[in-house]
Design a binder for this molecule. Structure first.
Ligand code: PLP
Length: 383
């Protein structure tokens, strides 16, 4: 069947229906070769010369994600950070960049500590406020807006379409970290974004056993070609086994994300008015500030990520994370197993996370088991 006619669930489940012509295998091989034979007449008609950025094991994961995001092309990187930093490395010294105050902390630190040293002018703003974006953007000078939505660790929602409109009028590009949204729920390129980035370490792979990153472009451009060159020349590429695992992980992306969404909604509603919980931050709750925008740009659910604020304070929050038995007390997100962490302890100085906040990554276990385990941990933390 023509991939263009397939629903995304079918594209993902069958990894585009690919079959190995030579063996008829329905799972792709892992290519370990680092180099490729030159033709007798000195040409390279296979199209491959050297595997740093030409490993055939990348092809399938890249093609599947391009189809799911509705983009022009995808590149795999060695990590989410390698993918995200390539977006900024492809800019020029002096370029002005708008980034959100609430965003993945490691990238925020890199922007503050490294990107500025390379001459980029980074301004952190309330990206969820179109008025703040309009006030900060400098037509002709601002070259890039970085959006993360929902954004770590408060799950702040940015209106992708509205922000892209403001950016494009000013001549700036927009890149979206859609790690938490996933292509199951949001397709930023269809809302006007120029680049979509994923920490594929999270939902795309989904099993907490691969570090990987991706960039997908809406269209070809000199800027996208610079990103391609950065990957080829700096060499922040994925190993073939990790690329293969990523393709395998994406086959179950839709059922995993949908299960996590249903469970997260149930958990958020259960704890919303719980006597031991001060606040539940989850885009699926009507009480959440970004709910209306999330409902507009997320289809079929609000994701598996939420945070709760433990009423008694920091010590009770840390004790709750220590007391869980089914949830795993670990950082990261987007795997089949549910994770819990005291986010301020991870991020340290400069974190927007209140000290009583626990970040929850809801996996695909039974939601009732997750609720019972968390409630019991909360109760024991009060003693
Ligand atoms: C939203 C988001 N973006 C980017 C990253 C970076 O990804 P990686 O850890 O694969 O470098 C992470 C990692 O936690 C993340 O949560």
């Amino acid at each position: 069947m023509d991939a263009k006619k397939m629903k995304p669930e079918s594209i993902a489940a069958q990894a585009l229906g690919w079959v190995d012509e030579a063996t008829k295998a329905i799972a792709p091989p892992i290519h370990t070769a680092t180099t490729y034979l030159r033709d007798v007449d000195n040409q390279y008609r296979s199209g491959r010369i050297y595997a740093r950025d030409q490993n055939p094991t990348f092809d399938q994961a890249e093609a599947v994600l391009t189809a799911l995001e509705g983009g022009h092309q995808t590149l795999l990187f060695a990590s989410g950070m390698a993918a995200a930093t390539a977006v900024f490395q492809a800019l020029a010294p002096g370029d002005h960049v708008l980034a959100p105050k609430v965003m993945y902390w490691s990238l925020r630190n890199w922007l503050k500590n490294f990107a500025t040293q390379w001459g980029l002018q980074i301004e952190f703003i309330d990206m969820d406020s179109p008025a703040a974006v309009k006030a900060a953007i400098q037509p002709g000078k601002t070259k890039m807006l970085w959006i993360e939505t929902p954004a770590n660790p408060l799950w702040t929602i940015t209106d992708i379409a509205a922000t892209c409109e403001i950016a494009h009028q000013a001549g700036a590009l927009v890149a979206v970290d859609s790690t938490v949204g996933t292509p199951v729920l949001t397709q930023p390129l269809k809302l006007g974004a120029d680049i979509v980035m994923h920490a594929a370490t999270k939902y795309l792979n989904g099993h907490s056993d691969v570090i990987a990153g991706t960039l997908t472009a809406r269209a070809d451009s000199p800027y996208w070609q610079r990103i391609r060159s950065i990957r080829a020349q700096i060499g922040g590429v994925l190993g073939p086994f990790e690329a293969w695992l990523l393709t395998r992980g994406m086959r179950t992306l839709y059922p995993r994300v949908r299960t996590a969404c249903v469970s997260a909604q149930r958990i958020a509603e259960y704890f919303e008015n719980h006597p031991l919980v001060g606040e539940v931050m989850y885009p699926g709750l009507k009480s959440f500030a970004g709910h209306a925008v999330a409902a507009k740009q997320m289809q079929g659910g609000f994701g598996g990520m939420m945070s709760i604020r433990v009423k008694v304070g920091e010590a009770a929050a840390i004790a709750t994370a220590a007391n869980v038995q089914l949830w795993k007390r670990a950082t990261s997100l987007g795997g089949v197993e549910s994770l819990i962490e005291h986010r301020a302890s991870v991020e340290g100085a400069g974190t927007p996370a209140p000290t009583d906040l626990l970040r929850l990554s809801v996996g695909i276990e039974d939601a009732g088991d997750l609720i019972a385990d968390l409630e019991s941990a909360l109760k024991r933390a009060q003693l």
